[in-house]
Design a protein around this ligand. Structure first.
Ligand code: HEM
Length: 292
């Protein structure tokens, strides 16, 4: 059996950093990332999850790559001039821990170790808001699978190339907080499709609400580890979504952009993505295996 990278499932960690890298030497970068180690202490420890541009991983481990997965190489153009930009990089490190100082130190050490092979192209720090809410003020993750169900839903199954790995969509969505906060709560609820206080799904939710636009009964199930990010004046949602196949993630984006029904997800009136990249997150075994 192939074991996934365990940090994917490390819930409850209040400090996160996402580092995306551009490689000067792709093969060397994969090997160097595979040999990075998080500190072995447990209480103040750090979870490290590594992912790679799907084509880069395929070049290094052709027998351990899921078929047909591709980077976010072209902008996704929706209706009304709405665009989700493609900002693919070669690798991502997602660090999470109990406090930002340890995440900061491990991130700096990782950047220094990888410096001969790659440079940091994008960096984002994240932190939880009011326990389990995103910066719209709504509970985020209500329809997530439980940790018992999640591995079966979002890991490439045993026996397939890439088993124990998963496909990550990483997208930074700044919020137009001023416009959002002008909406009365009842209208915000119509945008999301759930009640703000207790996250109960609206029985008569609009077809363009966010939960209708991404309904997992239509598109397939995914596992989300979204986090708020940013500063007081510039902030939003880091979308961190995992799936065993790329298609559900792509199809959700197309739907949000209005390509499925001709209506854009109402949430895109208050937030537009700034970045977008797909990474293959190989199993821990694959990461340890051929490339170390
Ligand atoms: C600004 C960015 C985003 C924000 C603030 C946001 C927020 C939320 C909230 C509050 C919910 C309802 C509670 C829940 O079930 O988690 C939700 C549901 C969901 N979101 Fe998002 N989301 C964002 C972007 C995305 C993107 C880019 C995708 C897909 C690629 C996505 C996929 C989903 C899915 C699958 C659900 C559950 C739908 C269902 O009920 O089956 N979200 N999101």
């Amino acid at each position: 059996m192939r074991f996934p990278q365990s940090g994917i499932f490390a819930l409850g960690t209040p400090s996160h950093a996402y580092l995306e890298f551009d490689a000067r030497d792709g093969d060397g970068l994969v090997a160097a990332i595979a040999s990075l180690r998080e500190p072995r202490t447990t209480m103040g420890g750090v979870n490290l999850v590594a992912g790679f541009r799907p084509e880069l991983w395929r070049a290094v481990a052709p027998d351990d790559s899921p078929d047909g997965v591709a980077g976010f190489d072209a902008d996704l153009v929706g209706i009304d001039g709405f665009v989700m930009p493609a900002t693919q990089h070669d690798a991502v490190l997602w660090l999470s821990g109990a406090s930002y100082d340890v995440v900061f130190d491990v991130a700096r050490a990782a950047i220094a170790e990888l410096a001969p092979l790659a440079s940091v192209a994008d960096e984002t720090s994240s932190w939880p808001y009011q326990h389990d809410r995103d910066l719209t003020g709504f509970v985020d993750g209500t329809e997530n699978p439980t940790l018992i169900e999640a591995p079966e839903i979002m890991l490439v199954p045993e026996g397939r190339p890439g088993a124990g790995g998963t496909i990550l969509l990483l997208q930074k969505w700044p919020h137009d907080t001023a416009a959002w906060e002008l909406l009365p709560v009842e209208e915000q609820e119509l945008v999301i499709g759930r009640r703000k206080l207790d996250s109960l799904e609206l029985e008569d939710k609009p077809a363009d609400s966010h939960v209708a636009s991404t309904d997992q009964d239509d598109f397939g199930k995914i596992f989300r580890r979204n986090m708020p990010y940013g500063t007081v004046t510039d902030h939003g949602t880091m979308f961190v979504g995992f799936s065993a196949e790329q298609r559900p993630l792509e199809a959700m984006l197309e739907s949000m952009a209005g390509l499925k029904t001709g209506a854009r997800d109402a949430l895109t009136r208050y937030s537009r993505p700034l970045t977008g990249a797909y990474y293959f997150v190989p199993s821990a075994d694959a990461l340890r295996g051929p490339v170390t």
